[in-house]
Design a protein around this ligand. Structure first.
Ligand SMILES: *Cc1c(COP(=O)(O)O)cnc(C)c1O
Length: 374
């Protein structure tokens, strides 16, 4: 009996480029410089060039990247930040970490990203009792663009900053433009299982605004512009040299990894079309999906998971509860006027199939066969 197909496999991602990664790590160890040095600068330059943003600032993780983006924009207490409830809890945690008030809005069914109609309604008629809305965090969930064609003009019309949460969308585009370069500032996570993953924690903030980049670079290290002199109160959120060197290697393979994810997605699309009862992943017009996750919706989720497991295929749930349903947030976090019904339904039905680029063709075939047996 074959080992089950894993829904995520960071060890396989390491082994796929082991010699290059080992050499990069050995280089850093021998250099005697471990924090904010040449490796970090080289990775920041390469990542900014990849995104076309002009600036990328490494930091400790994707949550901190959002915190730094918000703080860089001056978002804090007495301000509301609108985002979605169907996201990694980190999106909402970061908003509260800067002292701002999250306002959670519903998503577009089947696309899982911020519903621009919901955003338009709260910008036109801000909910009573909340501080003014000063920023929007659009999450490009699962690797596909939120509807920035509608969201960006709304933000501009209401003088509200737009932050792109790109933690799941490295290399994804909308009308050929790289996500992370469309709003005012973007956050990335390099958690090991993300499309661009470190072998530990890591994150980055990207922006085309030079002054904002300078401020964020200072905020990540105690507010220093000059060593040991804090011009404003900052934090410690640095990307270490070992992770930066590893990310430099993995960035060179990102285009190939993305193509592999997209090829696997096409095969699942075909398998689901043959099956007929479960819809393949919905694509947004003009968007190139990078398939951080391949997410199907099923009413009898536990039965489907068990059947997939029986066929030797592991699955995951992203996420089993919307943020406003989780114990830490329920009954206290603000929702849009119509609530988050679509998000609640998604949380009850979503199921993620294995899609990491290191899956072998034989493993992809096993997933296809498992789907055919459903
Ligand atoms: C992973 C993730 C984050 C947080 O990144 P960490 O590196 O785990 O802090 C934020 N937002 C989204 C959408 C994510 O998927």
């Amino acid at each position: 009996m074959n080992a089950p197909v894993k829904p995520a496999d960071p060890g396989a991602a390491y082994r796929a480029h082991q010699a290059e990664i080992d050499a990069a790590v050995a280089r850093v160890l021998a250099s005697g410089w471990y924090i904010l040095g040449a490796e970090g600068k080289a990775f920041e330059a390469a990542f900014a060039a990849f995104l076309g943003t002009g600036h990328a600032i490494g930091c400790a993780n994707g949550t901190d990247a959002l915190v730094l983006a918000l703080r860089g924009l001056g978002i804090g207490p007495g301000m509301t930040v609108a985002t979605v409830s169907h996201t990694a809890v980190a999106t909402v945690a970061a908003i509260e970490m800067v002292g701002a008030t999250p306002l959670l809005l519903d998503i577009e069914p089947g696309l899982y990203t911020l519903d621009p109609g919901e955003l338009a309604s709260v910008l036109a008629a801000p909910p009573a009792g909340l501080p003014p809305i000063r920023a929007v965090v659009a999450v490009h969930l699962y690797g596909q663009a939120a509807d920035l064609d509608a969201i960006l003009p709304l933000c501009r019309a209401h003088s509200v900053a737009l932050i792109e949460d790109c933690a799941q969308a490295h290399g994804a585009t909308l009308h050929g433009r790289m996500l992370g370069g469309i709003g005012d500032v973007a956050s990335f996570s390099f958690y090991p299982t993300k499309n661009l993953g470190a072998l530990g924690d890591g994150g980055a903030v990207a922006t085309s605004d030079a002054a904002l980049a300078t401020r964020i670079a200072a905020l990540r290290q105690y507010g220093w512009h000059t060593h040991y002199i804090s011009d404003e109160a900052g934090m410690n959120s640095r990307l270490d040299e070992i992770q930066a060197a590893i990310l430099g290697v993995r960035l060179r393979h990102l285009a190939a990894d993305t193509a592999r994810r997209q090829a696997i997605a096409s095969r699942y699309d075909a398998a689901l079309r043959d099956l007929g009862r479960i819809a393949p992943v919905q694509r947004r017009d003009g968007a190139a999906h990078v398939f951080h996750q391949y997410v199907i919706e099923v009413a009898e989720r536990e039965a489907v998971r068990a059947a997939m497991k029986e066929s030797g295929v592991g699955t995951l749930i992203h996420y089993p509860m919307a943020v406003h349903q989780q114990p830490a947030y329920r009954d206290r976090v603000a929702l849009g006027p119509r609530g988050c019904k679509v998000s609640e339904q998604a949380a009850a039905r979503v199921l993620s199939l294995p899609i990491h680029p290191e899956l072998t063709d034989a493993e992809v075939e096993r997933v296809e066969k498992a789907l055919a047996r459903l």
